[in-house]
Write a protein that binds this ligand. Structure first.
Ligand code: MEV
Length: 310
């Protein structure tokens, strides 16, 4: 084949970011309003064409080191000639929506399509996590698993993840603070806190794991109000772990003041995105308007349980 194509969704972590790094369960959704496509074609040398950089891959900035490493590894493992990689993405970068994992998923899929080789889910995740180690330092693997799939997942490190039906009616609001998230730094900061005070930090992490399991039950039993309370409780713990910030706290407060059942940060924190839960579409609209008025750079609404499975 002279070209190959691959794609992936953005993702939203509903519950369990950070504690998932410590082996606790987390729930993530594919976030279908956002996606990324990668195309690979033969070329005389490695070239990248993306919204951030167009030029020889060797000259790509450090922030694209993950793509560089992934391409080198793939080309090395399959002894292929150079490639041109074209990426087009509607996932905002560095906002906790899994853009780095999604790009790696799309590239790996495009590469295997180009080579006309079968790609197992396991092998896909192996390559994506390889790239994610460079982006995030110590990734749990949840971003890779969520962006590679098209169903909500309950993810636990080093365990096979389960998909489960979203039996809950409600609307998820996502708002971008407009500030780059700092997943690598926040993951490291939590690790340092854990080293300094493993009792308090461990307790906060354990509670986040328990809240995730309760959230799964709430979803299966269609208890939106209860799920909202659990989201608020998770946000308290994330704030205590110091991965929230004033911009996130403010948007979370505004969402709750405008009728949200609950709200929290999503992903790495310290910038990035927040999420809120609303029982109906008109409340969701009211919340997005209020968030925009408070400075949110972009907002999205996704009806829960309504997935167009690929
Ligand atoms: C980032 O989307 C989620 C974190 O839990 C980091 C990880 O799981 O690798 C903060």
């Amino acid at each position: 084949k002279s070209s190959g194509e691959g794609n992936a969704n953005g993702k939203i972590i509903l519950m369990g970011e950070h504690s998932v790094v410590y082996g606790k369960p987390a729930i993530a959704f594919p976030f279908q309003p956002t996606h990324v496509t990668a195309e690979i074609t033969d070329h005389i040398y490695d070239v990248l064409r993306s919204g951030y950089f167009v030029g020889p891959l060797a000259k790509a900035p450090k922030s694209l080191e993950n793509i560089k490493t992934l391409i080198h590894q793939l080309r090395h493992d399959f002894s292929t000639p150079p490639v041109q990689i074209t990426i087009s993405s509607t996932i905002p970068a560095e906002r906790g929506m899994g853009s780095s994992a999604a790009v790696a998923v799309a590239i790996t899929r495009a590469f295997f399509d180009w080579q006309n080789l079968p790609l197992s889910h396991e092998l896909l995740l192996t390559y994506v996590n390889y790239a994610e180690k460079i982006s995030h330092g110590n990734p749990s693997g949840i971003d890779a698993a969520a962006t590679a799939g098209d169903e909500p997942i309950l993810f636990q490190k080093s365990a096979a993840f389960e998909t489960f039906p979203i039996n809950i009616s409600g609307f998820l609001i996502v708002a971008d603070t407009g500030v780059k998230g700092k997943t690598r730094q926040t993951v490291k900061a939590v690790a340092q806190r854990f080293e300094q005070d493993n009792k308090t930090t461990g307790h906060l992490i354990n509670e986040l794991g328990d809240l995730t399991l309760k959230a799964k039950k709430a979803i299966l039993n269609n208890q939106a109000a209860y799920l909202g309370e659990l989201m608020n409780a998770a946000q308290k713990n994330l704030a205590a772990l110091q991965v929230s910030d004033q911009t996130l706290d403010n948007l979370i407060m505004v969402a709750n003041q405008n009728g949200a059942l609950g709200a929290k940060l999503t992903g790495g924190g310290k910038g990035g995105c927040m999420i809120a839960l609303a029982s109906d579409y008109s409340t969701a609209k009211k919340i997005t308007t209020a968030l925009t008025n408070q400075g949110a750079k972009a907002t999205w609404i996704q009806e829960l349980g309504v997935y167009q499975y690929a």
